[in-house]
Write a protein that binds this ligand. Structure first.
Ligand SMILES: [Zn+2]
Ligand SMILES: [Zn+2]
Length: 303
């Protein structure tokens, strides 16, 4: 009887593991079939992202991975705050301060990549995924190996993983990891949107509290919850692996991939940070320095 129950649970986990690749296929079909008016509407890609996120959040309720990561009111409201912040503010700021100036510079310098524009749809999708992920990989690796960590640390102070947690962090970090050079390439809009939706789906599943066992080919190419939860390990040094947000293949090629999975996530004493604490976190070294100076001045005055 126990064996029957175990087999049924295994089958369920495998079935849920087919959902991420199925969603990727669905998104590709969606963008291939999307009418021009949908492609020209900038809200379409956001709508697909939000719908994908809501769907994965629903899966968390149906088949959770760890009871300790179960969503509760405060976590949900925090995730909602960051989802709104990202889609309503950060993506617009990134567009205005980085994408648009880069596109203008490209046009002013007369740089063209006609070969990219005339590549098959799926090649353009793969190109965007690789270019964006390669840039994110190095930015993320830099964050774990330099003072830029102070912007990224709030993302690692989260004490549970959920579908929207990829969007939770200091706004400066969210801006930095959104930077890419994709504006240098001439590409079809639908292929670019498709690629960003695929990256969103993979990243959402890589943070989701969903019990699923993805196919081996998927886990070899894309970042899974196993690989990314290990990146969220509590000891700081154990976070220095599996940097790719969505394309774990880059970690495999560059030697930073580590096999395994973590259930307990967070940093230091695993205290959950509030939103104001996440916002001011990068100022901590400065605040500590000022406090030290003030204390030193006080000691001198007393002496
Ligand atoms: Zn990290
Ligand atoms: Zn993460």
């Amino acid at each position: 009887m126990t064996q029957v129950v175990k087999t049924a649970a295994d089958m369920k986990t495998r079935a849920f593991g087919l959902v991420p690749p199925a969603m990727i296929v669905a998104v590709i079909v969606f963008w291939i079939c999307a009418p021009a008016s949908w492609v020209d509407n900038p809200l379409t890609t956001t709508a697909v992202s939000v719908a994908s996120l809501a769907f994965v959040q629903a899966l968390e309720l149906v088949n959770e991975r760890h009871a300790g990561w179960r969503m509760y009111r405060l976590e949900f409201l925090t995730d909602l705050f960051y989802a709104v912040l990202y889609y309503a503010v950060i993506s617009g700021v990134e567009d205005a301060l980085a994408e648009a100036p880069l596109a203008n510079a490209k046009n002013a310098l007369g740089i063209t990549t006609e070969w990219a524009l005339h590549s098959p749809f799926i090649v353009q999708v793969a190109l965007v995924i690789f270019v964006v992920e390669f840039g994110q990989y190095w930015m993320h690796r830099l964050m774990h190996n330099s003072w830029v960590w102070w912007t990224h640390a709030p993302h690692h102070h989260i004490t549970q993983l959920n579908a929207a947690k990829g969007l939770v962090g200091n706004p400066l970090e969210l801006f930095l990891v959104s930077l890419s050079v994709i504006a240098v390439f001439d590409l079809r809009k639908d292929a670019t949107f498709c690629a960003f939706n695929i990256l969103g789906i993979v990243s959402t599943f890589a943070h989701a509290n969903v019990r699923c066992n993805t196919p081996r080919w998927y886990a070899y190419i894309f970042t899974t919850i196993e690989a990314h939860s290990l990146h969220h390990s509590v000891p700081y040094n154990d976070t220095r692996c599996n940097y790719a947000n969505s394309l774990i293949l880059i970690d495999r090629v560059l030697g930073t991939f580590r096999e395994g999975e973590a259930t307990v996530v967070g940093q230091d004493d695993r205290r959950r940070l509030s939103i104001p604490e996440q916002f001011i976190f990068p100022l901590r070294p400065l605040i500590a320095l000022v406090k030290m100076k003030v204390a030193g001045f006080g000691a001198k005055s007393l002496g």
